[in-house]
Design a protein around this ligand. Sequence first.
Ligand SMILES: [Zn+2]
Length: 167
Amino acid sequence: MALRNILKEDDPTLRKRSREVSEINERIIILLEDRTKTMTEGAGVGLAAPQVGVLRRVFIASLVNDQEENELKEFIDPEIIEAEGEQEGDEGCLSVPGYIGTVKRPKRIRIKYKDRHGNEKVEDFTDFHAVVVSHEFDHLEGILYTDKAKDIREAVSGAHDEEETDI
Ligand SMILES: [Zn+2]
C-alpha cells in the first residue's frame, strides 16, 4: 500500500465531477487500499477519490457500528436516493487543513452504492454518519464543505472532539 498525496482546496481537480466506476477492477481496489492508509495517516473520518487526484465516484468512511467499533465502509458509485430533516454542525476536511466551519446537512440520508465486490446496497445514515456520507458525496460532485459553510474559522489545535475531526 502506498500513501497518496491529499490535494488541497485550491487544486482544480477537487472542483470537477467524478466519473462513474462501472467496472470494479484491480486499479479501483488498489485505490481503496491506498486511501485507507492515507486517511488513517491523516486522522480523517472519510476520504473521497478526487482528494487523491482520482476523478472516480468512490469514497471511504470510518463509521462506528452497532458494536461501537469503527468500521471502514467503501462506497462505489453512490447515489443519494432520499434526504430528510436538517442538522447543523462543525466540519473540517483533509483538503482544507487547519479550518472548520458550520454546515447544514440532512438529518438522515438513504444511499444506494456498490461495495468492492459489486454488490448493490441501500443503507440509511443518520446524525454524524449522515454528515460524513454527504460531505464525502459532495467531493464527487466537486463541492467542498467551504461552499456551504458559514463561520469558517481556524481550528483550535489540540482540540480533538468528534466535531473537529476532518472528514
Ligand atoms: Zn472533505
